[in-house]
Design a protein around this ligand. Structure first.
Ligand code: GLY
Length: 352
């Protein structure tokens, strides 16, 4: 499959898709940097499965390798883990001409990406995503960051990868719940940008290679047109305003994908109520989400969710750019006060 190219103000990078590419990441890495050290950041689950293969490929390409594994899970996107990672970079003698390889899901991609963005004011990073969610979304577009006790992704940087290498065959080891999590983002792409993709999922068709390629095409297009998230890229937040709040209010007991699923149901119900989204869309979307094993309601207290929504970094001004569906395959941004959104969320009874 030909590389997809993502562009940004300072350059461009390839998004390479193909079965077996994990065993050839060294070849891609060798063309990216002059240095000879490749530092692989991963988590304990992914490391046990794939670190050896990644290391062998990098060493075969002439790199000296070092690695660091964090515990799997959102809790690793923390200042403490970041400091540990810097410590390992120091021990490995990592310089700006070397390479960080982020091998894992969204947590590893964000944490290692941010560590690379800030170590010595910026080291190149190659993203090697191993979950569906990271392959179709978080590894592309340069968003990196960590969570703080008061909010998700509150500290971060745009640090565009030098390359993204995506091997769909690693998805075979993903547990069902993690696949479902990624499917929430896949359904999101169908909703906001690709009716054919939505209809394919709706009809039960699931050729993963086709799905991944389709989503990557959408994501590279969006981030190339809006690198810094000031316009079109905000559409990718469909379901995320309520989703992030639910995720935080659940103290991360709900996964990102589960939370976004609830958030998409809420956004569509609210859209229907306001007359922006055609009636029947929510029912159609919810049926697809349930079929994927995803939740569409939460019993979390409404007040806690609203409080989390108001404190999210994106709405310190009290306003939110809410993403509505104008139909399946087309989305639009509507700025609205958080207070109005909270009242609508209560009316649609998706939370509480
Ligand atoms: N995951 C949303 C974005 O990359 O903008």
């Amino acid at each position: 499959m030909p590389d997809r190219i993502a562009r940004y103000k300072g350059g461009e990078y390839p998004v390479r898709i193909g079965k077996g590419l994990l065993d050839r990441i060294g070849e891609t890495a060798a063309g990216l940097v002059a240095g000879r050290t490749a530092f692989v950041a991963t988590d304990e689950t992914v490391g046990a499965l794939y670190l050896d293969r990644a290391t062998v490929s990098l060493e075969r390409a002439g790199f000296r390798t070092a690695s660091f594994s964090v515990p799997a899970g959102e809790a690793s996107k923390s200042p403490e883990r970041l400091l540990e990672l810097y410590g390992s970079f120091h021990a490995a003698g990592l310089t700006r001409s070397d390479l960080v390889v982020a091998l894992g899901g969204g947590v590893v991609g964000d944490l290692a990406g941010y560590a690379a963005a800030t170590w010595m004011r910026g080291v190149p990073v190659m993203q090697v995503p191993t979950t569906l969610l990271a392959q179709v979304d978080s590894s592309i577009g340069g968003k990196t960051g960590i969570d703080l006790p008061f909010g998700k992704n509150l500290v971060g940087a745009f640090h565009q990868p030098a390359a993204v290498v995506l091997d769909p065959s690693v998805l075979g080891t993903l547990p069902r719940a993690r696949m479902a999590e990624g499917m929430a983002e896949v359904v999101k792409y169908g909703c906001i940008a690709d009716e054919d993709l939505f209809v394919a999922i709706e009809s039960g068709f699931l050729d993963l290679d086709w799905v991944v390629e389709r989503c990557v095409r959408i994501k590279t297009g969006v981030v190339s047109r809006d690198e810094k998230d000031t316009g079109e890229r905000m559409m990718l937040n469909f379901g995320h305003t309520v989703g992030h709040a639910v995720e935080k209010a659940s103290a991360f007991a709900l996964s990102h994908g589960e939370s976004v699923s609830i958030g998409m149901a809420a956004a569509t119900r609210i859209g229907e109520r306001l007359g922006v989204t055609p009636h029947g869309t929510a029912e159609r979307l919810e049926s697809v989400l349930v079929h994927q094993g995803l939740p569409i309601r939460s019993t979390l207290p409404l007040d806690t969710v609203v409080e989390a929504m108001a404190s999210d970094k994106k709405r310190l001004s009290g306003k939110v750019h809410f993403v509505f569906l104008e139909r399946i395959g087309e989305a639009a941004l509507h700025p609205m006060p958080v207070s109005e959104l909270a009242a609508l969320l209560k009316e649609v009874a998706v939370v509480g």
